[in-house]
Every structure is written in C-alpha cells, then in structure tokens.
Design a protein around this ligand. Structure first.
Ligand code: NAD
Ligand code: DAU
Length: 335
C-alpha cells in the first residue's frame, strides 16, 4: 500500500510517518510538504541524517503536483495545514489558502483518481463549551468555529463532504482534540512553556487560565487515524479524544512540577481574542472501531515530553527563538 501524507514534516504528520514505518511493513509513505516555518527537516530523518521515506517539497495548492502524486498512491492522509490559532488572528490569509484551497485541491485529485482520502481535522470546528456544561462534542454537534483557523478547518470539512456527496469522493474525516508529545512546534502551549522553563523563564498563561483542553498523546491520535483507515466507513466522521480534559493552569502547574518549581510560579498575560473556553470529545465513534488510547496518564506523558525537549535542544532552539519574537509582537499588539 502506498500512502501520500500531506504535511508529513510537521508535528502530527511526521509522527504518523514514523509510527507507520515502525508498525506496518506493507505500507510505503510518500510525504508532500511545503516546509513552512512549522516543519522541521529532522522530523523525517533518522539519527544518521538519512530520510525515512520519499519526501516531496511542494504545496498542497499546486494542483498539477498533487494530481501527479495522488495518481501514484492508494490513499491520502491529509495533515497539511496552517495550525496555530494565534497566527490566524494576526493574518488569516495563509489559513484560507492552505486549509481551504489546499484541501479542495487534494479532494479533487483523489476524486479524479478514485483514491481514498482521510482528512485530518480538529475539534475546534464545534466551537466551545461552557466550563460547567456536562456535554461533549459528538459527530452530530453543529459547527460553530470561533477563530479564523477553526473557520478554515470547518470550511475544509464542508468541502470534503461536498465532494463526497456530489462527486463520489471516498472520504473519512477525523476531528481530534489537542495533541502533545515530541516534535511539537514551540509556539504551542506545552512546548512553549517547556522550552521557556529549560531557559529559566516563567510560563505565560492567557487570561484566567481556566480554559480547558482535552489532551491526547500524538501516538494515540495516529493510532486512531489508522483505525479509521483500516475500519472506518467512507462518508463518516470520527471524533478522536483520550478523555484528557485539563485546565491550562493545571497543565502549566504539572510542567512546573516537572522542573521542581512551585505550581503557581507563572505569569498571566493578555487573553487570546475570542478564546475558546472548553473543548471535550466524546470518542465513542472511534472507540467503536476497536481503538483505545495507550497513554491515558497525562502527567506521565508530560514528564516524557519534558525529557524529550531536554534531550533535543538543537531541534527546538531556532524555532523557539522565532516563535518568541512573534509572541513579543503579539503582546505589543494586544497590550
Ligand atoms: P504543524 O503546524 O506542526 O504541521 C503542519 C505541516 O503542514 C508542516 O509540516 C507544514 O510545512 C505543512 N504545510 C503547511 N502549509 C502547507 C502547504 N500549503 N502545502 C504543503 N504543506 C504545508 O501542524 P500539526 O499540529 O502537526 O497539525 C497537523 C494537522 O492536524 C492539521 O491539519 C491540524 O489542523 C490537525 N490537528 C492538529 C491538532 C493539534 O493539537 N496540533 C489537533 C487536531 C487536529
Ligand atoms: O483542539 C485542537 C487544536 O488544538 C488544534 O486544531 C490546533 O491546531 C492546535 O494548535 C490546538 O489549538 P489550541 O489553540 O487549543 O492550542 P495552543 O497550544 O495554542 O493553546 C492551548 C491553550 O493554551 C489555549 O487555551 C491557549 C492557551 N495558551 C497558549 C499559549 C501558546 C496559553 O495560555 N499560553 C500560551 O503561551
């Protein structure tokens, strides 16, 4: 089986490639990635610097290139996206281009060649829940995205469904909650605070920090993607989550403890505009495929993630410096 992995040089896509190579002898991944600031070439290299699989540098909006690559494979797993909410608030254009036009380009090529598409989406398409609401997101929850990022992912999901219904595309969609683990870009909450703590800086929490995210280890997300590829039904949506709801202040407190610091030793900074309050996934649709998370203990997963960042400073230092420069600009803009 040959599989095209778009966005395979990013955090979750490269983990998908690594897990696939480690667990599936019969699958040959080919990566298409534009190598934006979010990618890291080492994500797809072994310890000696050799590439783990065929890697094509290119854009998911390049219809001719996408068509040529899709013609060579049996399935596409579409991870490529602009993925950071804060960036989408500063400039939505790359999100509209990559996340919407890029997804339509991939859907068109898959339809033309009769190739199965798995589209990787996010729980953010459902908007947010109140902290005291007992509800969780299900595949029936109406779409209500809040940020330009989540609106672009919601639009992409709708286009995949439109291509499925109107043009006969065989597609599945998964909407996953917040991932953590090795090789996550240091602009995101958990690696940002870990890299800062390694350098002796205090974590920075937006607003009151009571916002809840539903954390899942990236290995568990990708095992669930494989469950959908193996046993999911085209036309259906699968929600992926590990029942890992935790408030931001508690996640930051856990990280501080990993560094032997007081749980309250962080700074509160100006809140993210439109900041979603709480995400929570009901994972029944994916559990029904026989999938279950193997990393249910978030605190243990965070400690392992801290150890990875401590051991890979060369990997994150340049990206963290660039991300912190962007955050300084953000703080000047927001006050
Ligand atoms: P990431 O930002 O780490 O990686 C994105 C990758 O896409 C990068 O390698 C980048 O170079 C590539 N890319 C961007 N624009 C491209 C383009 N025009 N053409 C080709 N490649 C391009 O993102 P991630 O966190 O690994 O997320 C991967 C996918 O999973 C995204 O679709 C995201 O919406 C979704 N998702 C992420 C999370 C999360 O917690 N990170 C949760 C649920 C869903
Ligand atoms: O829910 C899935 C989504 O999770 C994915 O679709 C996105 O691609 C991914 O980036 C993530 O979105 P979030 O906006 O939830 O992740 P982020 O790591 O940016 O922030 C997590 C929470 O932490 C959020 O409530 C904002 C807050 N935060 C973030 C940063 C970077 C802080 O309090 N301080 C920070 O410095």
């Amino acid at each position: 089986m040959r599989i095209l992995v778009t966005g395979g040089a990013g955090f979750i896509g490269s983990n998908f490639v690594r897990r696939t190579l480690a667990t599936r002898d019969s699958v040959t991944p080919v990566v298409l990635d534009a190598f934006t600031y979010a990618a890291h070439p080492d994500n797809l290299r072994d310890e000696r610097g050799a590439e783990l699989c065929e890697v094509v540098r290119g854009d998911v909006r390049d219809a001719e290139l996408v068509d040529r690559l899709v013609a060579r494979v049996d399935a596409v797993v579409h991870f490529a996206a602009e993925s950071h909410n804060d960036n989408s608030l500063l400039d939505a254009d790359p999100f509209i281009g990559t996340n919407i036009t890029g997804t339509v380009t991939v859907a068109r090529a898959c339809t033309r060649h009769g190739v199965r598409l798995h589209h990787v989406s996010t729980d953010e398409v459902y908007g947010d829940l109140a902290l005291d609401d007992p509800a969780r997101f299900t595949p029936e929850t109406p779409y209500r995205p809040s940020s330009p990022y989540s609106a672009s992912k919601a639009a992409a999901d709708h286009f995949v469904r439109a291509w499925e219904r109107s043009h006969g595309l065989a597609a599945t969609i998964s909407n996953c909650s917040n991932n953590y683990g090795p090789r996550q870009h240091p602009e995101k909450l958990i690696p940002r605070q870990i890299c800062g703590l390694i350098d002796g800086r205090r974590p920075r929490v937006y607003g009151d920090g009571a916002n809840v995210r539903d954390w899942i280890h990236v290995d568990d997300h990708n095992d669930a993607v494989w469950a959908v590829l193996d046993r999911g039904e085209p036309g259906r949506t699968y929600l992926i989550g590990a029942e890992g709801e935790r408030a931001n202040v508690d996640v930051v407190g856990d990280l501080l403890e990993c560094f032997g610091r007081d749980r309250g030793d962080f700074d509160r900074v100006t809140d993210r505009p439109g900041h979603d309050r709480r995400y929570a996934i009901d994972p029944a649709s994916t559990r029904a495929l026989g999938w279950a998370p193997r990393h249910p203990d978030l605190r243990a997963g965070l400690a392992e993630t801290v150890a990875w960042y401590r051991a890979h400073e060369d990997w994150w230092r340049p990206a963290a410096a660039a991300a912190e420069a962007r955050y300084r600009r953000r703080e000047r803009t927001l006050g």
